[in-house]
Design a protein around this ligand. Sequence first.
Ligand code: PLP
Length: 399
Amino acid sequence: MPGFEVFGEEEKRQALEVFDTGVLFRYEFGEQRNGVYKVREFEQAFAQYTGAAHAQAVTSGSAALKVALSALGVGLGDEVITQGFTFVATWEAILDVGAVPIFTEIDHTLNMDPLDLEKKITSKTRAIIPVHMLGAQARIKEIKEIADKYGVPVIEDTAQAAGARLNGQHLGTFGRCGTFSFDAVKTMTTGEGGMVISNDEELWRNCSEYHDHGHDHVVNPGGRGGEGRRFIGFNYRMMELQGAIGLAQLAKLDMIVREQQKNKAILKEAAAKIAGVSFRKILDEQGDSATFLAFMLPDKEQAAKVNQVLRENNAGAINFGENTWHFYPSWEHLLEGKTLCKNSWPFTVQGKRRVIYDPQALPASSELMNRTLVYQVPVKLSESRRDTLLTALNKAAAL
Ligand SMILES: *Cc1c(COP(=O)(O)O)cnc(C)c1O
């Protein structure tokens, strides 16, 4: 998912416009900035690109989740449901607002299993966060239907799926809001950065004010110092350089996805020859951002055997069953409630442990993850790298 591969002159030109004004702050400095408002422009361009009515830039994808949860009023005593296959940031944000993360199984989409979601909804559920992992669609329509039935808002964690769509509609626009990350390894990058998109103006307003210490951003004679505030907030502001780089990267996003789709097809064709292989369920191939290729072997042993051949041929694949940052049973710090806080917050409240996490709670996900192999798909696939990958996959097919 590497926007860094296509980082170049366009990003430099955009950033230089910011250097020319010397204004790094997204607000104020009216006389100095010559009408240059890169973060604001980036928000408008991102909203227009995805088809959302509003966009709020923030400092990271993690911040986007936290701002979205805060804007929805989620806090202490609430439960938020997400999936057991995601990056740690998804549940860190839930814990950070004081809520308890509840985890669902994944299905062959490698994303939230809607059947398990419905089982895990309780009277305390205040938000549902499906994650469009590895660049492709969660069963967002089914998830949204279930969420609507119980009156619970959906936040789509779209950190790994910028540029992806489902039947032509951008991921991140199905739920009440969608969150994105532009960190250093994402499909488009601003180094660090994130975005919340929504069609709900009130929710966007909450995001905008919360992310900037509560400033209401209403024009007034006192300027920034004279602004009103409706509630307390924090600082998750994006800076102008990031906005500038974001504009350049966004303009390349559809090209990135197109190139990845081509390269993914090459790898998929070769992987299809491996005995017993099957592929991750992609709900809409055309809308896949194609940042990853995920394929399954019949069992864990065969996946290990195939991956050993791939590794021996300099083309080892990722097995998320062995990866410690993206899959529930490996999150020992979460499972064991490890925190810097002396009173064990957020795991313990008033001396009482809020939830005990059982490492074996997601058997279906484990079964699936342990036999799934994943390649990151590059934007630029050099001939020599392509040959290495195809040779390795052919050797695995000859097993
Ligand atoms: C990267 C990522 C995040 C966090 O984004 P940062 O910008 O790194 O904070 C959140 N969720 C998922 C699924 C991610 O992959």
